[in-house]
Design a protein. Structure first.
Length: 112
């Protein structure tokens, strides 16, 4: 009986991460990966609270964890300017490879 209670308590403690989805990918600029340390964050719609944040690694890769499913906003801070892109979080890991482009001197981000 104690074992069953212990297992149920342990499962309940980690239940919030069971429904989390991972958003990951690579970011490039002019065919080359973005440098390490570029900041990213993800927010839920209707909220300014940050669900998760990270920085790119030396390969221009990133990983974010979102506990809620549905539409979210990924914000990439490139040259101190926030570039936003709507992304979707699922129970499954979702890959978003991104491209930063400059049009008329203004940076923008899009999915590859």
């Amino acid at each position: 009986m104690r074992m069953i209670v212990l297992v149920l308590v342990f499962a309940a403690a980690f239940a919030t991460t069971a429904f989390a989805g991972k958003i990951f990918g690579d970011i490039s600029l002019d065919g080359k990966p973005l440098p390490a340390g570029v900041k990213l964050k993800i927010t839920l719609p209707g909220s300014s609270a940050v669900a998760d944040s990270t920085t790119t690694d030396k390969f221009g890769s990133y990983k974010l964890l979102v506990k809620a499913e549905g539409k979210t906003t990924l914000t990439l801070f490139f040259e101190n300017k926030p570039l936003e892109l709507a992304v979707f979080s699922n129970k499954e890991a979702t890959r978003y490879d991104l491209v930063v482009e400059k049009k008329d001197g203004k940076p923008s981000v899009r999915r590859k």
